[in-house]
Design a protein around this ligand. Structure first.
Ligand code: ZN
Length: 263
């Protein structure tokens, strides 16, 4: 799942395999950037910002992408080419100087900006749970205050609003609310999300550095307490897990919770 921890892992992997490579051919399939040409530029590195990915070059250009549900980045070995059906969904293809190909496929968000202008694409993000701004207790308290400031909005919507705090996707938000016994529909202003965010920070770091499984139960199956378990018995109290479809929530995301455990 493309949550902050998965993006941080992807950035680290892409950084390890492509940083230092020079781009020898460039194919951008985006109406706004179709004429962009990164040929001759060297990839300096990859940086995650919440759920956004930034690839920087030595010409001070940044390729900004967001995977949402469908997008992916892949590196093809020397001389290998994408299968035709996949190539049709290519959004950006970069040939590297060792004849490998770096391909961004099905990217719903793709922007090229000057590196000095990255704030245009990620400046709206709140404190990043995997970044330096939340590494201290004070930083985390500021992030918690931004969640509470969502007022009457459901706390689940506030946690998913990347402008308040960056890095949580739907799975982590649902599971953390369960683990902390918080009803997702409770107004954000009536919660104290500090302990939840501290736990989120710890779990995201653990997922980046040690175990990418994103299991919150600590088990292989079921991996989650409520996420994706509509109507099934709660693993703690056996009450059926409640569910609201995305279209019926104010924040447009599927929502699961246990009415017994989350008050
Ligand atoms: Zn329960």
């Amino acid at each position: 799942m493309a949550e902050g921890d998965s993006i941080a892992r992807l950035a680290a992997r892409l950084d390890a395999v492509t940083a230092g490579s020079t781009i020898t051919a460039c194919d951008v399939r985006h109406p706004r950037f179709a004429t962009a040409d990164l040929t001759g530029q060297r990839i300096v590195g990859w940086v995650p910002r919440g759920k956004h990915l930034l690839m920087r070059t030595d010409a001070a250009v940044t390729v900004h992408s967001h995977l949402r549900m469908s997008g992916r980045w892949t590196v093809l070995g020397a001389g290998r080419r994408l299968p035709r059906a996949v190539a049709a969904r290519l959004r950006i293809g970069l040939r590297l100087d060792d004849d490998r190909t770096l391909a961004g496929i099905d990217l719903p968000v793709l922007t090229l900006v000057r590196t000095a202008g990255e704030h245009q694409v990620v400046g709206h993000l709140g404190p990043d749970l995997l970044g330096g701004s939340t590494a201290t207790d004070e930083g985390l308290a500021r992030a918690a205050a931004r969640v509470v400031a969502a007022g009457a909005q459901p706390v689940v919507a506030a946690l998913l609003d990347q402008r308040r705090v960056a890095g949580l996707g739907n799975m982590w938000a649902q599971e953390l609310l369960f683990l902390h016994g918080i009803d997702p529909w409770r107004p954000a202003s009536a919660t104290d999300p500090l302990a939840l965010l501290a736990d989120a920070r710890r779990r995201l770091r653990h997922a980046v550095e040690i175990d990418p499984s994103q299991s919150t139960t600590g088990r292989r199956s079921p991996r989650h307490w409520v996420y994706g378990r509509a109507g099934r018995p709660c693993l703690r109290c056996a009450a059926p897990v409640a569910f609201t479809a995305a279209a019926r929530t104010p924040h447009g995301r599927e929502t699961w919770w246990c009415p017994g455990c989350q008050r």
